[in-house]
Write a protein that binds this ligand. Structure first.
Ligand SMILES: Cc1cc2nc3c(=O)[nH]c(=O)nc-3n(C[C@H](O)[C@H](O)[C@H](O)COP(=O)(O)O)c2cc1C
Length: 181
């Protein structure tokens, strides 16, 4: 699939999944795409856990009954960053940006390979869910789970949500966008 088709096709999928497992070599390919993402100062801060142990998966599935994809996925990738990131450039760290870049690369790879996923991040931030997941995955205290990508073969057709018009978000040379009401 052409890159631009993949970018357009990528969408958050929260629907049911087939019970066919995600192939091991596809899981590796997806994470390799994440590893290829750029990172601030090339610090490569994001670490990845490929989760396919069905005992662990079942416990993760049970945490999010409202989201069928999280609930039915037989494989997931967890993105891990430092809990207290070290400043690496003029008092800044870029771990969130690094992790987001890796995640988008992985979502594109997931789409290109015919799987579906959804960026699980906000959900982890509330009700100590990230901490519960960290416990399940044996994450050391100095690290945290930033993002989870459940992966599977979709059984429903979903698509990317509508975007605002180009003109609502883009201008040329200087800032000329209208103030939102
Ligand atoms: C930083 C970030 C956090 C997100 N957290 C969640 C989440 O916790 N649960 C969820 O179902 N979707 C989550 N999403 C997916 C967004 O809701 C989704 O990308 C957005 O609605 C646009 O839809 P689309 O991905 O189909 O284009 C998150 C996306 C981003 C970029």
């Amino acid at each position: 699939m052409d890159l631009f088709d993949v970018i357009k096709k990528r969408h958050s999928y929260r629907g049911p999944l087939s019970n066919q497992p995600v192939k091991q070599h596809d899981l590796r390919k997806i994470v390799e795409a994440g590893i290829c993402a750029p990172s601030g100062k090339n610090a490569q801060t994001t670490q990845f856990i490929i989760i396919d142990d069905q005992k662990i998966i079942k416990q993760l599935n049970a945490l999010h009954p409202a989201n069928k994809t999280m609930n039915q996925a037989t494989a997931m990738i967890a993105c891990i960053i430092d809990d207290q990131p070290e400043q690496i450039y003029e008092g800044y760290n870029f771990q969130l940006e690094d992790c987001a870049a890796a995640t988008e690369n992985m979502l594109l790879a997931i789409t290109a390979l015919g799987y579906a996923s959804v960026w699980i991040d906000g959900w982890l931030r509330v009700k100590n869910r990230a901490e519960s997941v960290a416990k399940l995955l044996n994450i050391p205290a100095e690290k945290k789970v930033q993002i989870i990508l459940p992966i599977g073969i979709p059984t429903e057709q979903w698509q990317q949500k509508d975007r605002m018009n180009f003109e609502q978000r883009v201008c040329k040379n200087t800032y000329t966008l209208q103030k939102e009401n």
